[in-house]
Design a binder for this molecule. Structure first.
Ligand code: G3P
Ligand code: CA
Length: 243
């Protein structure tokens, strides 16, 4: 079995990142799932966007946390990509609605590394339950305290530790926190001795980001990583499966 292909912020090489067109395109390009980023709005809604601020990807300025959902919905999130004028910022519920009838995996990155949003884990679990997404979600974060909070709230949650430093024996660290997945930057993974073998022995998933180069995708796939997180799911599919 080849590595899983997860479309990073949707098929974001082609459509505006973290928008419904990018997630729809990931489906059309037959990705095995998507990676996305979540924050909370002023009124506590789960908002899909990468940055804490709206400046880079919309026509507005300021922090997501200072806007209500209704205000955020008025912004243009086409990110300068031609043909996508009017694309809006999605809620996580909207993205789940798109994938609900499929078997695709959603890697939800909880963006609490700068702003620690109150009870974001509780809100995520409530939405997962309400929309019947159980068993389909991998929760990851660079804030490993958030990962621990998620596991305290639901010990069966599938969680991933995001990192890009050279941790010694990261599989032991994952095991100590009871995390099912490691999410290293691809260079970090490539430079960690015995990574695939040690994680394989312990049943720890290796979900590596963000790889858009065909040669590197091929190397990582042959190393046996569990998932390749890429902005170009079509390219990754061609490299990993030859179609
Ligand atoms: O989840 C993998 C990757 O998305 C982490 O980095 O900055 O693209 O969210 P970033
Ligand atoms: Ca991310």
């Amino acid at each position: 079995m080849g590595s899983r292909i997860l479309a990073h912020r949707g098929a974001s090489a082609y459509a505006p990142e973290n928008t419904m067109p990018a997630f729809q395109l990931a489906l059309e390009q037959e990705a095995d799932g998507v990676e996305l980023d979540v924050h909370l709005s002023k009124d506590g809604e789960l908002i899909v966007m990468h940055d804490e601020r709206v400046d880079r990807t919309t026509n507005a300025t300021g922090f997501i946390k200072d806007y209500t959902l209704q205000e955020l919905k008025a912004f243009d999130a086409s990110c300068g990509k031609e043909g996508y004028a009017g694309a809006s910022i999605p809620t996580l519920a909207e993205v789940y609605s798109l994938f609900r009838g499929t078997e695709k995996i959603i890697n939800v990155e909880i963006k609490t590394d700068i702003i620690v949003y109150p009870d974001i884990c509780g809100k995520l679990l409530a939405l997962e339950d309400a929309m019947g997404m159980n068993g389909r979600i991998i929760y990851s974060s660079f804030n490993h305290y958030t990962v621990c909070e998620m596991l305290r709230a639901r010990p069966s949650a599938k969680v991933g530790l995001l990192y890009m430093s050279m941790i010694v024996s990261p599989w032991d660290y994952a095991r100590s926190l009871k995390a099912a997945c490691l999410h290293p930057h691809f260079i970090t993974l490539a430079n960690t001795p015995n990574m695939a073998a040690e994680c394989g022995k312990l049943g720890i998933e290796t979900n590596v980001w963000t790889v858009d180069d065909a040669e590197k995708i091929d190397q990582l796939s042959k190393m046996g990583v569990t998932s390749i997180i890429t902005n170009k799911p079509d390219l990754a599919r061609t490299v990993v499966f030859g179609k």
